[in-house]
Ligand binder design. Sequence first.
Ligand SMILES: C[S@@+](CC[C@H](N)C(=O)[O-])C[C@H]1O[C@@H](n2cnc3c(N)ncnc32)[C@H](O)[C@@H]1O
Length: 438
Amino acid sequence: MKPGQLRAQAATILSRLLQQQGSLATLLERPNDNAQDFPLLQEICFGTCRWYFLLDAVLSQLLEKPLKAKDQDVRCLLLCGLYQLHGMRVPEYAVVNETVAATLVLKKQWAKALVNAVLRSFLRDSETLLARAMKSDAARLSHTEWFMQAMQQAWPEHWQAILEANNQHPPMTLRVNLARVSRQDYLDRLALAQCMARPGALGESSVYLEHAQPVTALPGFAEGLASVQDEASQLIPDLLDLAPGISLLDACAAPGGKTCHLLERGVPFARLVALDNDARRLERVQQNLDRLQLQATLVCADAAEPSSWWDGQHFDRILLDAPCSATGIIRRHPDIKLLRQQDQVRALQKEQLRLLGALWPCLKPGGLLLYSTCSVLPSENADVIGLFVAQQGDAKHEEIPVAWGVECAHGRQLLPDAAGHDGFYFARLRKNPETLLR
Ligand SMILES: C[S@@+](CC[C@H](N)C(=O)[O-])C[C@H]1O[C@@H](n2cnc3c(N)ncnc32)[C@H](O)[C@@H]1O
């Protein structure tokens, strides 16, 4: 690899992200060559996103005037350099040399002296610069102002803990396939494979790994003994009143974590339809089903247009794991901090209500719809359910009588837990048994 190439790559990825041209998941694809450098590239990109707002507050003190829009890549290069100096254990000389060299790779030779000067000034005066930046809560906790204010308003007692949890490295959590192996037996197999792990406190199938592992290193992964899934998502089957003979619709199913978990419960369903409007993501549902040796009916369609996919047979249960801002999983996807805009959240609420309204007629009288999101914004959660119940006369909100989470006006919220589960929201809606079928 040429000097500076990896840093230039990181700067280009961050710059494209800021122009809303993709996410870390799409821009940071593991290469076939230079695979040994990939973890470093990944850490620079993830870390710079995680600490973007703090680093930006530091950088603005170090630049005499803001860089031009066409030099966004140089700005991103500087932010990546500051992250490496502040948050990583890369030797200082290597950071400075490689970052300066990256200006040539980016064909911005004019920025060589600037990059050198900015990074060296930071090294000389980092404590003062950081202390000054941290006077602002949004910079100290490294989130956008609008999101911080939304959290302060929604969760006055928890907002700081939520933002702090969002800045942690997430644990790797597994779902043990209880149809095939008990959690204790799987923990024993992990111990034999030298993987330190502990059981989760909320879900009966959840296991937390002490250190993240490639899935290929997990015992019995290829044979379907375990899957990667956060503990909060693993609470879904318990909230759906599963019973033999029921029919189930998983309306936004891909990549299939919850579909597979529902089937792993071993309850003989009359049918389980897994629907998603993204054909490529739906392929991943099939791959997961194959690995776990499970079966479901997969349908690629817009869930909000039942006339295009529904055969008119009503479902006993519907799971709507709705598209959302994903603000409950920021620690896993720190680029959400940069990508998510306030107006997108308003559009998401509209879409969530559209999906609820369209799916409701597919539910049997007396049936149960479970609405879930990985969002911590009430506008996508309790507000959506409140609005829906107010307009849908035969929908009744049912409490979730459990000890975990925070009870909301409607539904229950799990806030992200630094060492545990992600942020997640659940609400149960029962259809009036007297409703006449259409
Ligand atoms: C939160 S993810 C679902 C995760 C999934 N339930 C799991 O456990 O693996 C939301 C999914 O909704 C799908 N989606 C978004 N809008 C949709 C629509 N109108 N109809 C069907 N699926 C939709 C997306 O493609 C995405 O796969």
